[in-house]
Design a protein around this ligand. Sequence first.
Ligand code: NAD
Length: 442
Amino acid sequence: MNASLEDQASTSGHRDSAIPLPGMPEFRFFKVIQDYVEQAAELIELPPYLRRILPEPKNEIIVHFPVRLDGGQVELFKGYRIQHNNILGPFKGGLRYHPSAGLDDFKALASLMTWKCSLIGVPFGGAKGGIKFDPRLYSNSEVERITRRFIHSLANNIGPDTDIPAPDVGTGEQTMAWAMDTYINTSGSGGNQANRGVVTGKPVAVGGTLGRGKATGQGVVHCIVDWAERHAFELEGKKLMVQGFGNVGSHTAVLLSHLGVSLVAVGDHTGYLYNAEGFNTYRLQEYVRKNGSIQGYPNGQPITRAEFFGVTADIFVPAALENQIGDEEARALQVRLVAEGANGPTNPAGEAVLKERGIEVLPDLLANAGGVTVSYYEWVQNRRSESWTSADVDHRLAKAMHQGCQHMYDLAHRYGCSYRLACYAAALERLRIVYEQRGIFP
Ligand code: NAD
């Protein structure tokens, strides 16, 4: 085990991924994404004016707002909303609550949403936002007040026709319910129910859609199944490792267990666990719902982060944060496939090593696009006052994901490039057509 991986090992305590780790080079997330955009632009010979426009966000909103905490003291919070591009439709993207989230991350994550929506064919643009704080350190009522005050600070910068937030790391259904309620009560729209579409990922009872909770994980699984079919790779009996056991990681593991894939190693912000026999994914998901993390789960052996990356398995699903698979992790991995549930989990150095070692990567732009796809279905239902069945949602999602996969493989073949660059190329091709037809105002 090498020193820098050892330094990161932990079975308790928090580690901020965006803070450069010992021995790990600084990770400039936005620059990494811009470089991919530039490489894909080169491949498809994107005109220079679009190479100038597309990498930069349209609006960068930063707000500071005070909130009174339970003890009576007032704390000032910093919130962000980056609106990257809306040529395809309203800005769309998650809200992240994390202590290390900053402007560079939000710019990267917002632009990823633009490419993702374009690739998967939903009529949304790209945005991302959130607050730089650790919600685990605050009471539920404090997080509610922080959320409401943040949404109020964003004012008319969000709305069902302008910019539509959704859950991301550190936020969930409850956060979206508070956000929607705040918007409806403060937007002066007289409680117009169509305004429920101001956010997606809401609880079903307040206007959410069936199937949204598991949608991102379901999309990851569709991509894995599609890849397995193309590679004559029998999934039954295979082993899985998952980093991050929140919304995306836990649903992916549960859904893959239905296909006979067993979860042998899992990790989150509190540490890593191993179970050669395979975890009961339902029980682990329930445990995390009750306890907030995998820490203390009885049916697994604690291992270090370095040991986790060296576990022999078949599929690895990173579903935590960006910049988790660098050079060392990529050299340690003993899997055939990496399916990116998280946004930006593989850094360029890690990507180069994975390529050299013949480990295939299903990139974030496609692999985790199931979330925004079903968010779009939720938004459509809110506009039309409809409630679709879960079978209807599942069927549409499966179709969208398989079309996305086909598109990626076609372009990878056409340009002789990686799956990642094929996804960027597909996204840019669609945007180019729209810009060429609409022109530049005035
Ligand atoms: P979540 O908050 O539900 O779960 C995040 C998980 O990551 C938790 O298990 C947490 O403990 C773990 N984690 C946090 N820091 C960690 C660290 N330093 N090391 C190891 N584990 C760590 O968040 P989520 O919604 O599941 O999002 C996970 C990833 O998926 C993010 O990259 C997010 O942008 C991406 N994503 C989410 C959605 C969605 O619908 N929720 C859609 C597309 C992409």
